[in-house]
Design a protein around this ligand. Structure first.
Ligand SMILES: Cc1cc2nc3c(=O)[nH]c(=O)nc-3n(C[C@H](O)[C@H](O)[C@H](O)COP(=O)(O)O)c2cc1C
Length: 195
């Protein structure tokens, strides 16, 4: 069977982002599980805020098409996103909104979501670890008829979560990460077999 390919998408562009930091740890865990992993930055896919008039006039932006192609070329996708006001940041929602509008290379609108396995993680300096954002994101992805795996990682007190070797300090966090990685690979493999 072809190697499973996993795409990690951090939901923050901020210098020193705790979610970009967690995304690096997540990507490393996939690499240790012997799958091919790509970590992108949404800074490389700048998009206007979705506006139907813009779409009618100018079509779907090239960066949305490129992002959809990047997602399509992987079997499993992980969002690692901050929580903003109990939900997800506009950066992530806007990227999802635009990608659902893409029709490309015989793929219909939203097909990239329907045919892939998704996982989610979030990091917050608070106690809940961004878990309300994960609930919101799960609802959105499920609405896109994506397969969203049950295991997820909400990293609480993320500013204190790492040891000197940049590993997660708490066994509970390591277990949650491991469970998410293992399950996404399994479900992505099933998706590949069904394709
Ligand atoms: C507009 C805004 C809303 C926020 N709302 C929440 C929230 O609801 N829950 C939470 O845990 N943190 C919240 N935060 C704090 C973020 O978790 C914190 O800024 C975090 O560092 C952002 O992620 P990043 O470091 O990956 O950019 C909020 C931050 C901002 C700027």
């Amino acid at each position: 069977m072809a190697l499973v390919k996993i795409l990690v998408i951090p939901g923050s562009l901020r210098t020193g982002s705790i979610n970009a930091r967690l995304a690096a740890v997540v990507a490393k865990e996939f690499a240790l599980a012997n799958v091919e992993v790509t970590r992108l930055s949404l800074a490389d896919y700048p998009l206007p805020i979705y506006d139907g008039d813009f779409e009618v006039k100018s079509g779907v932006p090239r960066n949305a098409v490129n992002l959809e192609r990047m997602m399509s070329s992987h079997h499993g996708i992980v969002f690692v996103t901050p929580e903003y006001n109990s939900s997800l940041p506009a950066l992530v929602k806007n990227a999802i909104d635009w990608v659902t509008r893409v029709e490309d290379r015989g793929r219909t609108q939203g097909q990239v979501f329907r045919e892939r396995a998704f996982a989610m993680a979030s990091a917050s300096e608070g106690k809940l670890g961004g878990s309300r954002c994960l609930a919101a994101l799960r609802l959105i992805l499920s609405g896109c008829r994506a397969t969203v795996i049950p295991n997820q990682l909400a990293l609480s007190f993320a500013d204190q979560a790492y040891d000197d070797a940049e590993r997660l300090k708490l066994q509970a966090d390591r277990d949650a990460l491991q469970a998410m990685v293992t399950q996404l690979i399994e479900v992505a493999q099933q998706t590949m077999r069904g394709a």
